[in-house]
Design a protein around this ligand. Structure first.
Ligand SMILES: C[S@@+](CC[C@H](N)C(=O)[O-])C[C@H]1O[C@@H](n2cnc3c(N)ncnc32)[C@H](O)[C@@H]1O
Length: 239
């Protein structure tokens, strides 16, 4: 995206703060939540961890209640999610019949939901205030996270993710949506390959793993008329 298009997109992009997501969850307008495991996730993460003897830890920033987390639990690996909206966190445990404990931190205004018999922890809190220590994260699956936040928050988001990545080890798979259409301002917000290079390039290696044209599927699912929409899957590893 050139500078002019980028500036226009930034100006017109919808404000996707917590109030916005809260409204969607309250009104059950969660079209982003899919019923089947994401195909990129299956191909690039699930298929690799299934054969690992050592338990792998997969982090899901802005996790929602994605079934991708359940797929990791089903093969006995560990899940850590971060999701602000309590409805979404509770739905994940209830819909998957996972017994859990809840620890509330009234002062800092967050709750930790921890599976009793399953290795899953979901932090119910604002990602931008996330300062917890975590075990070594082997994989990060970012689908609907980076593209969901306000464009002005991207550097802060990157800094928080970077802190959670072990150099040379953690594999961050970031699924970006790329499109050019002045009639649509997201979310998902448009993320170009240059945006990724600009943000992560100085501290991380970046590999563009897949580009997929998803125009028809996107238009059908969200009742839109975009001329084109692509998914760009990036593998990002801290140097
Ligand atoms: C587009 S959805 C994607 C959810 C999930 N990754 C998936 O693939 O289904 C974005 C999610 O991020 C959550 N969210 C948005 N801003 C957040 C923030 N600042 N901290 C934590 N969660 C946030 C929303 O409530 C929503 O569930």
């Amino acid at each position: 995206m050139n500078e002019t298009n980028k500036e226009q997109h930034q100006r017109s992009a919808k404000n996707t703060d917590i109030t916005y997501w809260n409204e969607l969850w309250l009104n059950s307008k969660i079209g982003f939540n899919r019923l089947s495991v994401n195909k990129h996730f299956k191909k690039h993460i699930l298929s690799k961890i299934i054969s690992k003897d050592q338990q792998q830890c997969v982090l899901f920033p802005l996790s929602g209640k994605t079934v991708d987390m359940k797929a990791v639990l089903d093969i006995n690996h560990q899940v850590i999610g971060i999701e602000y909206i309590q409805l979404g966190v509770e739905a994940f445990f209830e819909e998957n019949n996972i017994e859990h404990d809840i620890t509330n931190d009234e002062h800092n205004k967050y709750s930790i939901y921890k599976g009793i018999n399953r290795p899953v922890t979901i932090y119910c809190m604002d990602f931008f205030t996330f300062d917890q220590s975590l075990p070594t994260i082997d994989w990060i699956w970012d689908r609907g996270g980076f593209v969901a936040i306000n464009i002005s928050e991207r550097k802060q988001y990157r800094d928080i993710l970077s802190r959670l990545m072990t150099p040379g080890h953690t594999q961050l798979y970031l699924l970006a949506n790329y499109y050019k259409d002045s009639s649509f301002s997201g979310p998902p917000h448009c993320v170009s390959d240059d945006d990724i290079i600009h943000l992560f390039g100085s501290t991380c290696s970046i590999e563009l793993i897949e580009v997929l044209n998803t125009t028809a599927e996107f238009n059908l699912h969200y009742n839109q008329k975009l001329r084109f929409m692509e998914e760009h899957l990036h593998l990002i590893i801290r140097k």
